[in-house]
Design a protein around this ligand. Sequence first.
Ligand code: HGY
Ligand code: MN
Ligand code: MN
Length: 397
Amino acid sequence: MQVNAARFLEDLHRLRMFGASGVGKGVVRPAYSEADIAARDWLAEQMTAAGLQVRFDPMGSLFGLAEGRSLLLGSHSDSQPEGGWLDGALGVVAALEVARAAQEAGGPAISVVSFQDEEGRFGVTTGSAAWAGALDRDAVDGLRDRDGVTLDAARGAMGARLGCWVDLARFSRFLEMHIEQGPALHAAGQVVGVVEAIVGIRDMVITFEGQQNHAGTTPMALRRDAFQALSAFNTRLNDRLRNIVTPDTVWTIGHVALHPNAHSIVPGQVRFSMQWRDGDAARLARMEAVIRETADDVAQGLGVGVQLGEIFAVDPAAMDPDLCRALEHAAEAEVPGRWRRMPSGALHDASNLARRMPTAMLFVPSINGISHDFAEDTDESDLVAGVQVLARAVAAL
Ligand code: HGY
Ligand code: MN
Ligand code: MN
């Protein structure tokens, strides 16, 4: 099987024009945005041209279906609010290229997918979670983004494209190519990472309710300042987590909405995201207990109210050993000695798929380990080497 490197790179660059940020190669293509839907329409055309049958499922995930039972390859084409050109897009275009190369070589049959909302505008890996049964398909409608828009309203923008669910039994295995999004491969001068396991994640919204008041006349001792509650929570949490985390554990407060967010008003409310990740589900549960306890302590101490929202959870997922071996053999053949086994600290659609079929992932380096930023990039020679490893592994399967 021979991939066409020029065709692959050209398609990758064409995809990045949908929602191009104008800053470097960055993209702004969040789930269900105009740019996201236009990108999916363009991808659907490429799938049709490759002889695949196009189907959008009820979430808006786009499938290019081969006839009969097939391998499934792909990733996602939605982006973070400020995203790079490769996160997700690489895996979708690599899948398309390998499907075309396989057809030109006379087999095997390969289907392609671009899952919807991997980046979690409405939760965490929403499209693949609903498809694979990790999320209740009937309960997704009411999920809300950070501006309060419901998923049902947002996906309405996809209109008549939306069809019925694709039967999971059509697919024998799932392979996802992705950028590493971290520093390990780039720092080591390596070209390929074979993912052994993907970390688990917990994500919730916390709200502190204080008392909005005048910033000039309200004595410090009488204030119930929501920002001070967040500040105390963050400091105390970092201190209390120290005893239970490992150097690989991560936690992030990434979105903060302070109300009313004005210079001369003591803030009355703060609503913020609290996310934590680790490869060990038991540690994730211990962290949750500490987070809840710390939020309660801060609320009591400062006389503010606290609400803890629903938790979005994806458990740590091991990759399929046989598929990993196929990727390792292909990596050793294509880039001898320049690959490694590694965990993934980023979440992927593969986490949900691993519950339902043998699943594996392949990484290529991220320059300086940067991702979820317009500056995200990878050397084109590494992109091509990665897709060649993927094609070789697929041929061997
Ligand atoms: O956040 C993640 O790990 C993924 O990029 N959605
Ligand atoms: Mn991704
Ligand atoms: Mn991402």
